[in-house]
Design a protein around this ligand. Structure first.
Ligand code: F6R
Ligand code: MG
Ligand code: MG
Length: 365
């Protein structure tokens, strides 16, 4: 059976700062989808990670389906009304345009979706991150899909011997989607040359070269390309199919134990380690650290199983401690050097003006 997996997420307001949505807000989004999904969706789930609410759904309408996108948009609008009513912080923050225009892409919410031919058993992972941007997934995906040091399937499982193709987007390009497709393993060095710069080059999708099937879809929006000014980091979501011709669940999860430093954290202007957290976790220390959750599902005839929380396991407790230590350590150097992002990423209001003003005061000697 051919189905579409669609995940759409938005920050539409939260309690106590940019921490996590209120229960009523979550319930409103869930209730809206419940009331309006008939004839459109096969199944759906509503979850949050940090201050972002995600709607994960299955249907047969294909990628970019107007009705599915409209439903998500309207659900977030209904949530925004509640967020405003409750006086939540940042109410409607990611709904950057007033009216729905056929597709939520370009309107603020982040989207990850793919059309798939459902396998007899179709396990997949839904990742949601907060206080970081889509490039945060570059390294874990590279390691899981292209590096036999992390993905033993690349040397053990004949279904993966031909490797994977990576479609990478240049998110600095505002006018149109600028993408390149590179093949692993032959073009690993070219891939590395791009992926080393996650603020500019972002993995958008990955396909099996053996079967042509899509394995990964990442939300690649850049909010400040839409809004023209800083409106928060782009808090990315991602769908990853696993097992069989794809890496095993554990091979995809493994690289998240690095707690690699990513852009985001406080005011979207710092570097911090990406912490794998349990689902429905908020943020805290220094509006962070950047967090990522992972819900594992099976989908059958479009029906979603209950989710298994992939990072809710004793193994990850130790990783979280290590990541907390990394976060504390980099925060000790405050604004200095790599602790803060370079100028081009500091879209946050005031400092750009401050640097412009200071620029006028420089003198040539
Ligand atoms: C938002 C975020 C936060 C805010 C910070 C300041 O997702 O990353 O770190 O940037 O809390 O928020 P404002 O400027 O809204 O007071
Ligand atoms: Mg926010
Ligand atoms: Mg967020």
């Amino acid at each position: 059976m051919r189905i579409t997996l669609t995940a759409i997420k938005a920050d539409i307001g939260s309690v106590g700062g940019h921490i996590q949505p209120s229960r009523r807000l979550l319930e409103t989004v869930l209730e809206y989808v419940k009331q309006h999904h008939r004839g459109l969706l096969i199944d759906f789930r509503v979850t949050y990670t940090g201050d972002d609410i995600a709607i994960l759904c299955t249907h047969t309408g294909g990628v970019g389906n107007e009705d599915v996108h409209r439903l998500a948009w309207e659900a977030f609008k209904a949530g925004t009304d509640v967020a405003k009513d409750q006086g939540l912080y940042g109410a409607g923050q990611d709904l950057l345009k007033d009216a729905f225009a056929g597709n939520v892409r370009g309107l603020g919410p982040a989207v990850a979706e793919m059309d798939i031919e459902e396998r007899t058993s179709e396990p997949f992972l839904f990742f949601a991150a907060d206080k970081t941007d889509p490039g945060a997934y570059n390294l874990p995906l590279y390691l899981a899909f292209a590096d036999p040091m992390y993905c033993s399937g690349l040397i053990l499982s004949p279904g993966m011997f031909q490797g994977f193709s990576f479609t990478i987007m240049d998110v600095s390009h505002v006018e149109a989607d600028r993408v390149i497709t590179l093949n692993a393993p032959e073009e690993l060095y070219d891939m590395a040359a791009l992926l080393r710069d996650p603020e500019r080059f972002v993995i958008e999708s990955i396909h099996s070269r053996q079967t042509g099937e899509q394995a990964v879809a990442v939300s690649t929006t850049r909010l400040h390309n839409i809004a023209g000014k800083y409106t928060g980091k782009d808090d990315p979501i991602m769908l990853v199919r696993v097992q069989g011709a794809f890496p095993a669940t554990g091979e995809v999860l493994a690289p998240f134990n690095l707690g690699a430093y990513v852009a985001g954290f406080m005011r979207g202007s710092h570097n911090g380690p990406l912490m794998p957290v349990k689902q429905n976790t908020g943020t805290s220390f220094f509006d962070g650290p950047p967090i990522v959750s992972c819900a594992a599902y099976c989908v059958h005839h479009g029906r979603l199983s209950g989710a298994v929380d992939a990072f809710d396991h004793p193994y990850w407790d130790r990783v979280r401690q290590k990541v907390s230590d990394k976060a504390t350590e980099i925060r000790r150097q405050g604004f200095f050097g790599n602790a803060m992002l370079p100028y081009a990423e500091l879209e946050y209001g005031g400092i750009v003006q401050k640097l412009k003003d200071l620029d006028q005061r420089f003198q040539l000697r």
